[in-house]
Design a protein around this ligand. Structure first.
Ligand code: HEM
Length: 481
């Protein structure tokens, strides 16, 4: 299908005959290797997985050209046979091509999560942020990450299915979905899927019973879980998305999977971003104190609200910088060219997989000076007001991907992060735990773990000290609403 003679793909690292660059790719932190190659081969280059070309986009400008301006032909997903066909049976919108089903789902999600509609979730998000702070105050013995995880799960679960806050000390009803998600998502990255590197194996593998059985069992369980959750949800003010499905011609089976997809896409990503926020705050006390001065001036002894947001640009700048400094989804999700296209004199054949390396884009020194330093003031003018966004960066939010596939939950996620970070900064001082000799137990800024789609800091401890009189009562009142 691929005509190597007529295509003129941009050059990249030389590989081996037949295998291409496969053996040069690390099984973890692929984005780091791809970023190092960007330094050498430029912001657009090609790597080969066998006979399959992968175009790697390493600068914000190139990504805006290829994935935004040419989105009409660069917005499909790779075949990803193992996860997409074997596991998800093409029911999950993140991995679908731009079919009519995909379009209908994006439309209904947009109707409920666009920047205006997303404000309908604000009261719930603020209540959840208060409950997060309360949990951190009352249960310092529960790991920080565990509590962020509960928060992120509860916010997205309630937005999708309605219902009450997931309690910190009770059984987490989302646990099963998460276990299944982890198993399924592991298959997404090309290194984990032999079929996708050597597609001619597909028919053979499809006949291998045990392999199909694993995927079929997984699908069966996920399908049941999706149905159970969907049937339990009562359309309410909070999860009004459910009301929209029939309007957009989405069948029940599709709606079941769409709601599940939203949970999968929204939970771990938000939790990861908050964990990175924690790490950044521990390393940057000066950012913490600037934010706290602003919060104290605006809110005093009452907790922050969404109405305060205009007056809290430093908190928004911290959220932006957190997502830029260590993007939790460093390679976004892969796109695929649906048609041949030309760019900068190159000819990219249909079927080329496009890797959106947001990790290199967010540390492009032409766009962000001193990209390795965590500096929220880069987004603010001298008076502390948010600056207009940098061109070609999706409002300085490269971490949410590009083009027609750009994250469908971006504004919702930014609201979740804003209120959670505002609450934590308002309520607590951030300190490292200390060992018996009084020495701080620090987690370095690069001590990350790779969980295939997301990357996040390894587990670390944080001591949160209350900085307000009567904090517990204030938070209890905020939780009650
Ligand atoms: C900090 C939090 C989040 C980050 C960093 C993030 C990042 C991303 C990225 C990088 C993509 C791929 C974009 C592309 O292919 O170009 C994506 C897709 C998506 N995200 Fe998010 N996301 C976050 C939160 C959420 C939330 C809260 C939701 C739902 C409420 C959500 C729903 C989706 C969906 C449905 C897609 C698939 C879009 C498609 O394939 O058409 N995300 N996200």
């Amino acid at each position: 299908e691929m005509n190597k003679r007529t295509s003129r793909l941009p050059p990249g690292p030389p590989g081996l005959p037949l295998l291409g660059n496969i053996l040069q790719l690390p099984s973890q932190f692929l984005y780091r290797k791809l970023s190092a190659w960007s330094d050498r081969y430029g912001p657009i280059y090609t790597i080969w997985m066998g006979s399959q070309p992968y175009l790697v986009l390493g600068s914000a400008a190139v990504s805006a050209d290829v994935l935004d301006r040419m989105s009409a032909v660069t917005s499909d997903r790779p075949p990803m046979i193992k996860p997409r066909v074997f596991f998800f049976k093409d029911m999950i919108l993140m991995l679908q091509d731009r079919t009519l089903t995909w379009r209908a789902q994006r439309r209904s999600i947009h109707a409920s999560l666009n920047i205006h509609a997303a404000t309908r979730y604000n009261a719930m998000q603020a209540q959840e942020a208060a409950y997060l702070a309360l949990g951190l105050l009352q249960h310092p013995e529960k790991p920080f990450r565990r509590q962020l995880h509960r928060f992120a799960a509860s916010v997205i679960f309630r937005a999708v299915y309605g219902g009450d806050t997931i309690q910190l000390l009770e059984i987490d009803p989302t646990k099963r979905i998460e276990e299944l998600t982890e198993e399924g998502m592991h298959a997404v990255m090309p290194q984990n899927s032999v079929v996708d590197i050597v597609p001619f194996l597909k028919p053979l593998i499809q006949r291998v019973k045990w392999f199909r059985k694993q995927a079929d069992d997984w699908f069966g369980e996920m399908d049941q879980e999706a149905k159970r959750r969907y049937d339990k949800a009562l359309p309410t003010d909070v999860n009004f998305l459910l009301n929209l499905c029939s309007k957009y011609g989405i069948t029940k089976h599709q709606a079941m999977w769409m709601t599940m997809a939203l949970f999968m896409a929204g939970q771990e990503t938000s939790d990861t971003a908050l964990c990175i926020f924690g790490l950044a705050m521990l390393h940057h006390p000066e950012a913490v104190s600037t934010a706290q001065r602003q919060l104290d001036a605006v809110c005093g002894d009452r907790p922050p609200t969404f109405e305060d947001r205009e007056k809290l640009p430093f908190v928004d700048a911290i959220v932006k910088e957190t997502l830029r400094w260590r993007p939790g989804v460093p390679l976004s999700l892969p796109h695929r060219a649906s048609e041949e296209f030309e760019y900068r004199g190159y000819v990219i054949p249909a079927g080329t997989v496009i890797l959106d390396n947001v990790w290199s884009q967010t540390r492009d020194p032409a766009v962000y000076k001193h990209p390795e330093s965590f500096d929220p003031t880069r987004f603010l003018d001298d008076s502390g007001t948010l600056l207009p966004a940098t061109a070609d960066t999706h409002l300085d939010q490269l971490g949410f991907g590009h083009g027609r596939r750009v994250c469908a939950g971006r504004d919702f996620a930014l609201n979740t992060l804003f209120i959670a970070c505002a609450y934590m900064l308002w309520a607590f001082r951030f300190e490292w735990p200390v060992d018996e000799e009084g020495k701080e137990i620090v987690c370095g800024v690069d001590e990350f773990q790779d969980t295939s789609v997301t990357v996040s800091p390894r587990e670390f401890g944080v001591v949160l000290k209350p900085r307000k009189e009567g904090l517990e009562e204030t938070l209890l009142a905020a939780v009650k609403g």
